[in-house]
Design a protein around this ligand. Structure first.
Ligand code: HEC
Ligand code: HEC
Ligand code: HEC
Ligand code: HEC
Ligand code: HEC
Ligand code: HEC
Ligand code: HEC
Ligand code: HEC
Length: 410
């Protein structure tokens, strides 16, 4: 064997080893990154079977970042702490995927989410606080005063179980407690298998719940400058940009997520959309929240990634003026209701007299709408869907009060 033959053999041998290594490193992590054979096959076997009958579900998963990063079907569908398992075609799967599964990989996101009003407070708002531990109630009450120590909403009883289940509870399940001890539902925003930031950043994703006369955020946004430009230019945005490196070059027009959640230009992404809010605009009479200054600075910091301080300060000043004026109008109407109550002319049953609806609509529909719209660029909603009906309902309320007193005098 001459030197040339040995040299060639070594070169070929090295090339084989290197290429084997390269090929192996190119194999998907689904195949190489799993602790045992069953898990290696997890996605393949599940997908093979489910593709036949649930093509769409498997396809959504295949387009997700989870699939490209090697997160398998079983990574979400396996049994997490607190869950029970079911035998399923050679696998043990959980009886329902909850945040307990997501948080095995996204713990920090879950912790932020749980602090928000999207979690426990949104459930308590409908059914009351009996589903939460005393510690949880204390902890959340401190973060969001008035959010936990209250009874369920009277409308759920009056309208009946089927209405509450398919109505209130479907939206407010964003904070429903799960049997495994976790709270809420990540898939109401991310869907079950798409799991993309792109979808979560679309205004329509938030608008599935944030709509209608009592919280017209999607309507307000759609007719604001931001919404108009978004509709025209959304294809020019990089909606897929990773959360931790999102810049104004990706998102030069804001959606709901940009203002309330995204970490634009390094300003810190959050799953607690309460963090940047200084007022409780949803309340009958709006007050500042605890830490209002810090929250307002955080939101203004987001505006300032795209705007100059004079514009942003002007919007906040005009918004504050609408809050004050709306509070005055609501308090004037409330004093009429309080007087009727003192005179014994109001039923103690909620929603049983026309005047109770007039007052409820006044603050719950039109008062809220005017306040929300003032901060989010909705002129028509401050005026024709806000202040005009407030005026109309005030006249109506006074007439109804006079009528009650006339009837009582008879
Ligand atoms: C051999 C075919 C087959 C395999 C393999 C398979 N499944 Fe299924 N799966 C089904 C069928 C069929 C159903 C509908 C069950 C029914 O009708 O009760 C189903 C139902 C489900 C459901 C809904 C259960 C419910 O109660 O709502 C989930 C979730 C699920 N499969 C996940 C998986 C996961 C995850 C894997 C892999 C770990 C997997 N499946 C592997 C055939 C399969
Ligand atoms: C990101 C986590 C995640 C991954 C990954 C995932 N699933 Fe799911 N899957 C869910 C959630 C959440 C639900 C709804 C809750 C439940 O029923 O458990 C669900 C429900 C299902 C259902 C019932 C759906 C229906 O509409 O009836 C099937 C079937 C299913 N998954 C199959 C799969 C298969 C097959 C894969 C892999 C190709 C997969 N899942 C990967 C989270 C996931
Ligand atoms: C086994 C770990 C694991 C589980 C379980 C898991 N994920 Fe993920 N998730 C990942 C990884 C890894 C990424 C990709 C992170 C990266 O590199 O950007 C990711 C990314 C995401 C993204 C961002 C996608 C994008 O477009 O950038 C979302 C949203 C997400 N996961 C939601 C969920 C939800 C909701 C659940 C539960 C239903 C869940 N994940 C369960 C590991 C997991
Ligand atoms: C499944 C329904 C649902 C979806 C989807 C949803 N929300 Fe909400 N959101 C709620 C409910 C219910 C509340 C009221 C919680 C409470 O105060 O009781 C709420 C409250 C809020 C609040 C006010 C929080 C506070 O502290 O007062 C903000 C801001 C918010 N959501 C932003 C968003 C954004 C941004 C999106 C989309 C990325 C979104 N929401 C998607 C149901 C939803
Ligand atoms: C379409 C989805 C949807 C339905 C249906 C719905 N809500 Fe809400 N609810 C929301 C959203 C979104 C908010 C947040 C509004 C805001 O902060 O501006 C909210 C806010 C609230 C609030 C004020 C926040 C708080 O914690 O006090 C209460 C109370 C409430 N809802 C109770 C109910 C009740 C009771 C029902 C049924 C009679 C119901 N909701 C039906 C989406 C919904
Ligand atoms: C109110 C809607 C909403 C809910 C509920 C929600 N997310 Fe998100 N999520 C978003 C939005 C919007 C983004 C993109 C933020 C941005 O623009 O970067 C996001 C981004 C993410 C990301 C990528 C960014 C990161 O911080 O790693 C992950 C992972 C994620 N969500 C997981 C979850 C999990 C797990 C849950 C449940 C505990 C959850 N999400 C609940 C709206 C939501
Ligand atoms: C340009 C930024 C921006 C956009 C885009 C935006 N918002 Fe807002 N939003 C605000 C500001 C500012 C406030 C009031 C902040 C405060 O209280 O200090 C607000 C208030 C809210 C509130 C009121 C919470 C309460 O106190 O009752 C909700 C809910 C909300 N926004 C949801 C949404 C939804 C849903 C979308 C998209 C359809 C959206 N926002 C789009 C900036 C924005
Ligand atoms: C991601 C960038 C971005 C963010 C964040 C953002 N905006 Fe804008 N905004 C724009 C763009 C772009 C326009 C259209 C600018 C133009 O025509 O010069 C606009 C327009 C406006 C206008 C209409 C100006 C006019 O007279 O035509 C107002 C008011 C406004 N924004 C307020 C705000 C407030 C308040 C915030 C924060 C709560 C905010 N914006 C957050 C990008 C942003």
């Amino acid at each position: 064997m001459n030197f040339r033959a040995v040299f060639i053999a070594i070169v070929i041998g090295t090339a084989l080893i290197v290429s084997a290594f390269v090929i192996n490193s190119l194999r998907p992590a689904i195949v190489v990154g799993q602790p045992n054979v069953d898990l290696v096959k997890a996605s393949g076997k599940c997908a093979e079977c489910h593709r036949n009958n649930q093509y769409s579900i498997v396809h959504e998963y295949e387009m997700s970042k989870h699939a490209t990063k090697g997160v398998t079907c079983l990574d979400c569908h396996q049994v997490a702490t607190g869950q029970t398992g079911t035998n399923h075609n050679g696998f043990v799967i959980n009886s329902g995927v909850t945040p307990a599964n997501c948080k095995t990989c996204h713990a920090a996101v879950y912790d932020q989410f749980v602090r928000s009003r999207h979690a426990a407070p949104s459930w308590v708002a409908v059914v009351g606080n009996q589903d939460f531990s005393p510690e949880m109630i204390e902890q959340m009450e401190k973060l969001h005063p008035g959010s936990m120590k209250r009874p369920g909403h009277p409308l759920t009883k009056i309208e009946g179980e089927s209405a509450a289940k398919s109505g209130c509870i479907t939206c407010h399940a964003i904070g429903k407690p799960n049997a495994d001890g976790t709270i809420g539902n990540c898939t109401l925003c991310h869907t079950r298998h798409t799991s993309s930031v792109e979808l979560a950043r679309m205004p329509s994703t938030c608008g599935q719940c944030h709509l209608g006369p009592d919280h017209s955020q999607i309507e307000i946004y759609t007719q604001s400058k931001h919404g108009i430009i978004f509709a025209a230019q959304k294809d020019l945005l990089n909606l897929k940009a990773p959360s931790d490196s999102l810049t104004t070059k990706d998102m030069f027009i804001p959606t709901c997520a940009t203002c309330h959640m995204s970490g634009l230009n390094g300003s810190g992404v959050t799953h607690d959309p309460s963090e940047r809010l200084s007022y409780n605009l949803f309340a009958e009479v709006t007050t500042l929240r605890p830490n209002a200054d810090r929250a307002q600075d955080k939101m203004k910091h987001i505006c300032l990634q795209c705007h100059t301080p004079p514009l942003v300060d002007r919007i906040y000043k005009e918004g504050a003026a609408v809050v004050d004026a709306t509070n005055e109008k609501v308090l004037a109407a409330k004093s009429i209701m309080d007087a009727l109550k003192a005179e014994g002319l109001l039923s103690t049953n909620a929603f049983s007299m026309p005047i109770q609806f007039t007052y409820f609509d006044l603050w719950h529909y039109y008062g809220r709408t005017a306040k929300h719209a003032a901060f989010m660029g909705g002129a028509d909603y401050v005026q024709w869907h806000g202040n005009y009906p407030i005026l109309e309902q005030t006249v109506e309320l006074k007439e109804q009060a006079a009528q009650l007193r006339r009837e009582n005098a008879k």
